[in-house]
Design a protein around this ligand. Structure first.
Ligand code: NPQ
Ligand code: MG
Length: 368
């Protein structure tokens, strides 16, 4: 398989409601899609970078620039390409994992469409549906939060994740526990909003029987997460800190976490995500699949990944309607709290041309 060209396509997807986290409020998702055209087939990849570098250092304009200037030329120069070759060819370029992941996904989609294999079977999935959790943003008031959680539970979500930050932590968790009971699977995500000085405060969350606390401290502080883990009974989970299988190995060795949120974009692709899954499984560390407000394209691949045997906790693999009134693919719809794992070749879904064109803000063709 040889690449004949790559299309970069920017789309603007309005969110059904503003999504507020400790790092900011989003009302529209600015997504960079990659379409790789090869001698055999074409494939799609979704770049999960945000428009601003608030979750991590990557951002959409930066991802497009590094792709067109360095990453795509390195791939089009290859006489033959597959997903593993993408990883090897892009290794010399530091960082930019979300950009690399989008290109690897697009090549993998093309490769799998050509060989009539699904993402799920290629990755080694062991299930045909995955249980779904939902991430609930910071709200203006506790009553609004309770209404939102009640709505998601009515839709069938099997696990609730509350976004927290200093000033929005104990009260919302207590209110959700009081209203929905001790059996609700409940966890929180701080997106790095605390410091180790907050350890006594965070320890008060221990009373609420949370599944985990996700990324309480800074991205680059595995040592302080290890210190915090010793002071809490609630399990620590890392998201932003884990950018590769090496980071995961370091975090496990140090005792920085006992659970890992795997996001393929954050770690440079589905192959690295699977390596983290394999490493964690060997060490008895639970993993679950995170989310970055993906469209149906990224969602399809995440659901396939989440069907691997080591994914023992429900992921942020929500239905399309959690974020979008109209998805660019056929929508992912919850059935009894689960999403079906796509079975068709490659991602098993593709963009609906009329919908895709409506949301497209720019396209750029980079020939081989
Ligand atoms: C997390 N996601 O687990 C992220 C963070 C996040 C589902 O909670 C635009 C694009 C807005 C990506 C907001 C969830 C975002 C985003 C939050 C990612 O930490
Ligand atoms: Mg997170």
């Amino acid at each position: 398989m040889k690449i004949t060209g790559v299309e970069l396509r920017r789309i603007a997807m309005p969110l059904v409601a503003p999504f507020r986290t400790s790092f900011g409020t989003e009302t529209e998702r600015d997504v960079l899609l990659v379409r790789v055209v090869t001698s055999e087939a074409e494939g799609w990849g979704e770049c999960v970078a945000m428009s601003e570098p608030l979750y991590s250092s990557e951002y959409v304009d930066g991802a497009a620039e590094v792709m067109r200037r360095f990453l795509i030329p390195a791939l089009t120069a290859l006489p033959r390409v597959d997903a593993y070759a993408v990883g090897r060819a892009l290794e010399p370029f530091k960082g930019h994992r979300m950009a690399k992941a989008a290109l690897e996904s697009a090549v993998l989609d093309a490769e799998l469409r050509a060989s009539n294999t699904s993402f799920a079977s290629y990755l080694g999935a062991s299930r045909d549906r995955v249980p779904c959790g939902v991430s609930v943003g910071i709200m203006d008031s506790i009553p609004r939060l309770l209404d939102a959680v009640a709505g998601y539970l009515d839709e069938g979500y099997v696990r609730i994740k509350l976004k927290i930050q200093p000033g929005w932590d104990l009260a919302p968790v207590r209110a959700v526990r009081d209203r929905f009971g001790d059996d609700l699977l409940l966890q929180v995500d701080a997106n790095a909003a605390y410091t180790l000085l907050d350890a006594p405060h965070l320890a008060k969350l221990d009373d609420f029987g949370l599944l985990l606390i996700e990324q309480p401290l800074a991205d680059d502080d595995l040592v302080q997460h290890a210190a915090l883990a010793k002071r809490l009974s609630t399990p620590l989970c890392l998201d932003e800190s884990i950018e590769s299988a090496r980071h995961a190995a370091a975090a496990i060795s140090l005792g920085s976490c006992s659970i890992i949120n795997v996001k393929p974009g954050r770690v440079g692709g589905y192959l690295e995500a699977r390596r983290i899954h394999d490493l964690c499984r060997a060490h008895g560390v639970a993993v679950w699949c995170g989310g970055m407000l993906e469209t149906g394209l990224g969602r399809a691949a995440n659901v396939a990944l989440a069907a691997l045997p080591g994914f023992t906790l429900p992921g942020d693999t929500s239905g399309s309607s959690r974020y979008y009134a109209t998805d660019i693919t056929e929508p992912f719809v919850l059935q009894d709290g689960h999403l079906p794992v796509p079975t068709g070749p490659g991602l098993g879904v593709g963009p609906v041309p009329e919908i895709l064109n409506k949301v497209t803000t720019s396209t750029e063709w980079i020939p081989s």
